[in-house]
Design a protein around this ligand. Structure first.
Ligand code: CA
Ligand code: CA
Length: 288
């Protein structure tokens, strides 16, 4: 069934022209096609993500972070249990926390990202799924026939042709994405309208139709950040774009340049992912 539906999807894309077009994929993922080509990434003045060119044969990428509803469908179909469910706890935190304060919360997992006293994912099907480890995200991607984006694929799709630090401009805009508003995590000033995660597509998309590449949840990516020592490559997984938890005075990675990382077995309430699908060989060779 999945093969047939994906073939139909690819046929649909083959009739379209342009750098990025939208189609519908498995499990209600709306997919943006990134055309084959060479893209300018990084910046000359960035400490780690230097200006460089990235060549791709093209790929499809979901227009939003994977949602609670989509992850629930995966769990229903497979019986999958996340690492946090197996261990019985995860790290969590929110308003009222000290900077960088993640506490062990018993019972916190993707169903209850802040533990039994917090909001339930079941009631928030259009919010991004969180409290999943890098391995949990990879398991979802394998199930659906896709994979996580690489660091450079993510930046290509997130930039959508922009050469600025943000998809919309060179300057940050508080109304353009969901990050942490306020001088500290003791109090959120709520300027962007969301304290924790926001429903996907709450903010305007980038030029190719991707929502929330900046903010909402960090997005797992494959590959090694330039600053990663070989000794930690096997134990960590990269994340990009910042999240609802990121503020100007703490984790300021809500931009197109910075590359974060975390222990690949860990999970947090601000970490999620989007899915990439490779194009069939014939499409990749022609770029159509
Ligand atoms: Ca916010
Ligand atoms: Ca995001």
């Amino acid at each position: 069934m999945r093969t047939v539906r994906l073939l139909l999807l690819f046929s649909y894309f083959a009739t379209l022209a342009g750098a990025a077009e939208m189609g519908r994929g498995e499990n209600d993922h709306r997919l943006v096609r990134v055309a084959a080509g060479e893209y300018a990434l990084g910046a000359a003045d960035h400490r780690f993500n230097k200006a460089h060119r990235f060549k791709t044969d093209g790929f499809l990428i979901s227009d939003t972070e994977t949602t609670n509803g989509q992850f629930a469908a995966f769990v229903k179909a497979t019986g999958y249990q996340t690492r946090a469910e197996r261990t019985g706890w995860s790290l969590s935190g929110g308003e009222g926390s000290a900077e960088w304060e993640w506490k062990r919360v018993d019972g916190a997992n993707w169903r209850l990202p802040f533990g039994p006293d917090g909001p339930a994912a079941e009631k928030l099907p259009d919010h991004p799924v969180t409290q999943i480890s890098g391995e949990d995200a990879r398991a979802y991607c394998r199930w659906i026939g896709g994979r996580l984006p690489t660091i450079d694929e993510w930046e290509t799709a997130a930039r959508a042709g922009a050469t600025t630090p943000y998809p919309w401009d060179a300057e940050f805009s508080v109304k353009a994405c969901n990050i942490w508003n306020g001088a500290s995590h003791l109090k959120n000033t709520r300027e962007d309208g969301h304290v924790l995660t926001a429903p996907v597509r709450s903010f305007p998309p980038n030029a190719w139709g991707l929502h929330d590449v900046i903010g909402n949840v960090f997005e797992y990516c494959e590959g090694h950040a330039p600053w990663m020592e070989s000794s930690i490559v096997e134990t960590r997984i990269c994340g990009r774009g910042g999240s609802w938890w990121c503020s100007a005075n703490s984790c300021h990675f809500y931009n197109l340049l910075d590359i974060g990382s975390m222990a690949k077995g860990a999970s947090l309430p601000n970490q999620g992912f989007r899915v990439v699908f490779d194009l069939p060989a014939k499409d990749a060779s022609t770029g159509k």
